[in-house]
Design a protein around this ligand. Structure first.
Ligand code: C2O
Ligand code: CU
Ligand code: CU
Length: 489
């Protein structure tokens, strides 16, 4: 018997090939989990050489159809890069697609010219060499296209992958660390498809305003996969690689799990919970104990119902969260053997930016204009009243200094705010800071009418000419103006 709800959601295509079946009252996912290929580069001592190719291809995502996709060293999405603290990486990126693109190392502390933002375009048939020292702690970073006005579309088609960093401290903790075995990357993305199998991107007014959200969730490019785990303790490195959707994640059997890491690396203490919120571009590392041998489903529970009925605000958050509960993946632990890894209560000690060393405060006001601007193009999204201009530097930061930024959201929807080149700590937000938000962050979710304060120490890299970006990580907002530029000197 096929789950009727799924049937209706997925339409005719899956009727002949259900992605889930129900057996003896239990739902079973059918698609195999896909672990992104690991790319360790060519190592000569501390120097690591990566060769990356931005390419296009055809990928089997739906049954009996091919989807035109973009990828890095493969047809869809990017290979997982991995390097160590203390390494110097040399990444050569070749562009084999017929539009200009970039690859940005999201979350990385690095010189501006190596950042891969809109100032480092790679033209068709061109290449770009990015070289930098890895100066930060073990973490789950990622990379994606940052082509001006094209980021959303290029990421949607597949230009995104993980960049994992390791260090001695994290290796000494007895955490699960076998890639693809008990240390498993989970890139969550929502997509829509056309009849012919191609991705359907940006058509409605609502997509233009709220950002593009799709009805189908992919994990590492696969619809609702099942992961057959071999060990009873699994570490998931979850990236919300979606353009616009924020997920509220929990397991269908309400089991507890342990948050051990945030955007910028391991937390000081592991944090036990049953749910977490993950906004676009945020990462979280969790440990899940599946020694009970069950088959829990990780899912997104819409907040729509709770948020409804609060006037205009309720309506807007209703639009933001389109009311869909979505299954993400299933764990099959029936074959798992006992893991010898542990769930440490204490993880690492953070070298926190010191409020006493703050030399400068800045304010970032996020706004969106409604009305004709929204309908007829232009850049309706802005920061401090200004839409992104590639030739305008908005802020100049002193290298090595500590700053507090206050991010104020004056619009009626939430925006995940991201800053390049740093990992910050959240000092305050309405409603308090908890869970993975206690760790180092490079993205912070700012709710409507909320004010969030973050503190950070900028690295010593200095460049008077080439700026870094700060922006909303709803990619359609970024592409249409909600981005600014700062130099560090
Ligand atoms: Cu994830 Cu400016 O980027
Ligand atoms: Cu970034
Ligand atoms: Cu936004």
């Amino acid at each position: 018997m096929i789950s009727r709800r799924k049937f209706i959601q997925a339409g005719v295509i899956l009727a002949t090939f259900p992605k889930q079946i129900v057996l003896a009252g239990r739902r079973l996912f059918r698609n195999n989990f896909q672990v992104p290929t690991l790319e360790m580069g060519r190592r000569v001592g501390k120097d690591v050489y990566f060769d990356l190719n931005i390419q296009s291809g055809q990928t089997a995502i739906l049954p009996n159809k091919l989807t035109p996709t973009l990828g890095v060293n493969q047809s869809f999405l990017g290979v997982t890069l991995r390097a160590n603290k203390g390494d110097r990486v040399h990444i050569n990126v070749n562009n084999h697609i017929d539009e200009t693109s970039t690859l940005h190392w999201h979350g990385m502390k690095l010189p501006a010219k190596a950042d891969g933002g809109p100032h480092q375009p790679i033209y068709p048939n061109g290449s770009w060499l990015s070289e930098f020292d890895i100066i930060q702690d073990a973490s789950t970073l990622w990379y994606h296209s940052h082509q001006l006005h094209k980021t959303a579309e290029q990421v949607y088609h597949g230009l995104a992958g993980l960049f994992i960093l390791d260090d001695d401290k994290s290796r000494s903790l007895n955490l699960p660390i076998d890639y693809g075995i008990d240390d498993v990357p989970v890139i969550i993305q929502d997509r829509d498809f056309k009849q012919n199998g191609a991705f359907a991107y940006m058509t409605s007014m609502r997509d233009r305003m709220m950002g593009k959200r799709g009805k189908t969730v992919l994990v590492n490019g696969v619809i609702n996969p099942v992961l057959k785990v071999k060990k009873s303790l699994v570490r998931f490195r979850i990236l919300n690689g979606s353009n616009a959707r924020t997920y509220h994640l929990s397991f269908d059997d309400h089991r507890e799990f342990h948050i051990i890491g945030s955007d910028g690396g391991l937390l000081e203490q592991s944090h036990t919970t049953k749910r977490l919120r993950l906004a676009p571009a945020e990462r979280v590392e969790i440990l899940v104990d599946v020694s009970d041998g069950r088959m829990p489903i990780l899912r997104h529970k819409s907040r729509h119902k709770q948020e409804q009925g609060r006037g205009m605000m309720g309506m807007m958050s209703g639009m933001m969260d389109d009311g869909k509960d979505m299954d993400i993946l299933q764990i099959d632990a029936s074959q798992a053997i006992k893991s010898n890894r542990s769930i440490p209560a204490n993880l690492v000690k953070h070298d926190n930016p010191k409020p006493s060393e703050v030399v400068k405060e800045r304010k970032m006001v996020l706004e969106m204009k409604m009305g004709p601007m929204m309908m007829f193009g232009g850049n309706p999204f802005s920061i401090n009243g200004k839409a992104m201009e590639i030739d305008r530097i908005d802020e100049v930061v002193k290298a090595g200094s500590t700053e507090i930024w206050t991010i104020e959201n004056n619009s009626m929807m939430a925006h995940p705010f991201h800053i390049h080149d740093v990992q910050f700590k959240i000092i305050s937000r309405n409603g308090g800071v908890r869970g993975h938000e206690l760790g180092f962050k490079d993205v912070v979710y700012v709710r409507p009418n909320e004010t969030v304060r973050v503190v950070m120490k900028f690295p010593e890299f200095s460049d008077a000419k080439i700026p870094y970006m700060y922006h909303c990580h709803i990619l359609e907002h970024e592409d249409r103006g909600m981005m600014g530029q700062f130099t560090v000197v």
